[in-house]
Design a protein around this ligand. Structure first.
Ligand code: ATP
Length: 371
């Protein structure tokens, strides 16, 4: 990983953190080791414990069990203001009656940094977030994206060891969101600051983070690079939550060098990569992404026959719903280039879906889906 400014970078270690609210276990034995300068996304559905974990790192919530370490030292005894952790919230939380400059200087003042030094720091932060010239404006005179930049400048002004971003783009519209994602990624790299971003948006996590921790019911389901999370999901939950996937039930019929053979309930036998160990006869789910299915005109023993029932053009790609013989609906994604080869698909067309390779399919224990 390229770290522009490693001197400023700090490590974060969450050591077996558990948190209970009465009978509810919101965070379950979470252990995460975040490298200096790394950006890690906490990704998961509503209620999976993301915000609680972030509040524990910041020191707003004291965990029931486990330790938070920055640079190898426990910070559990430190109040939030002494942890040197900066936070940016979804709603910016700027002081409405203070100018942009005063908002950024606020944390400096609280730390006894005043006068010329503070002013120089404020100017540097404004330049960093490309907001020089806005120092005297009030927050209400700024757009949502500009307010978010000021919130970021305020968080960075105090030179935090760790930056926490809590759904920071939630209030922005789609195009501004993308601009801000690129901007924050640039800043994070340039500044080399260790960052945790909380999001329920899988695309945001995939595009921004160096690694993603997928949370499910308070526990870490998988902690891995975006590519591995997408291509090598460790569970049915990860496979279904990150990206879109088709889950096909079947039975293990054997294993060969190139993969594990699964006879699907629709009668077709496909090869996949096993996630876990399986005996012949085991009930499994085979997961295949919509873009890994290819349309063929002719039937074959390893092709799933179906009829196009719906089409959803998304610009560069089109998603089709294909109903199979056993009344299952599969999603198929095609690109425009791919379609020009095989011709445009129409509702009612009969198709035969082939899978590119065993690598395109993950095989999970059938019981894994119900967790
Ligand atoms: P969201 O994306 O909706 O913000 P989240 O992943 O951030 O969700 P948390 O807010 O961390 O989830 O909540 C985790 C679990 O803990 C949920 O079941 C929630 O209901 C519960 N919880 C959170 N805060 C409290 C509280 N103060 N008292 C009791 N239960 C709480």
């Amino acid at each position: 990983m390229a770290i522009a400014n490693p001197g400023r970078s700090h490590t974060l270690f969450l050591d077996a953190i558990t948190h209970r609210f009465g009978a509810v276990t919101a965070v379950r034995e979470v252990t995460l080791e975040v490298a200096a300068g790394e950006m890690v996304a906490l990704l998961g559905p509503s209620g999976c414990g993301k915000s609680t974990l972030l509040r524990i790192i910041a020191g707003f919530t004291r965990q029931t069990l486990g330790r938070v370490l920055i640079d190898g030292e426990s910070v559990d005894h430190l109040a939030p203001s002494h942890r040197r952790v900066g936070i940016v919230f979804q709603n910016y939380a700027l002081f409405p009656h203070m100018s942009v400059a005063d908002n950024i200087a606020y944390g400096l003042d609280a730390r006894g940094i005043k006068g010329k030094i503070a002013q120089t720091r404020v100017e540097a932060m404004l330049a960093l977030v490309r907001m020089a010239g806005f120092a005297e404006r009030l927050p209400r005179e700024l757009s949502g994206g500009q307010q978010q930049r000021v919130a970021l400048a305020r968080a960075l002004a105090v030179e935090p060891r760790i930056l926490l971003l809590d759904e920071p783009f939630g209030a922005l519209d789609k195009s501004l969101r993308l601009d801000m994602q690129i901007e924050i990624k640039r800043l994070q790299r340039e500044y080399g600051i260790t960052t945790i971003i909380v999001t329920h948006d899988q695309e945001e996590a995939l595009s921004m983070a160096d690694r993603i921790a997928v949370l499910h019911r308070g526990g870490v389901e998988q902690f891995d690079s975006p590519m591995n999370i997408y291509d090598r999901p460790a569970s049915v939950f990860v496979s279904a939550f990150v990206g879109t996937t088709n889950l096909l039930p079947g039975e293990v019929v054997g294993a060969i060098d190139t993969g594990i053979a699964v006879r699907l309930d629709c009668g077709v036998t496909l090869l996949g990569v096993a996630v876990g160990r399986f005996a012949v006869g085991a009930r499994v789910l085979l997961a295949v992404r919509p873009e890994r299915l290819r349309v063929e005109g002719e039937p074959a023993p390893d092709r799933i026959a179906g009829i196009i029932k719906a089409a959803l053009p998304l610009g560069a790609t089109t998603i089709y719903e294909v109903e199979t013989g056993d009344r299952r609906v599969l999603k198929l994604a095609t690109t425009r280039d791919g379609e020009s080869e095989g011709g445009v698909l129409r509702l009612g067309d009969r198709v035969h879906l082939a899978v590119a390779s065993a690598e395109s399919c993950a095989v999970f224990a059938a019981g894994d889906a119900g967790r």
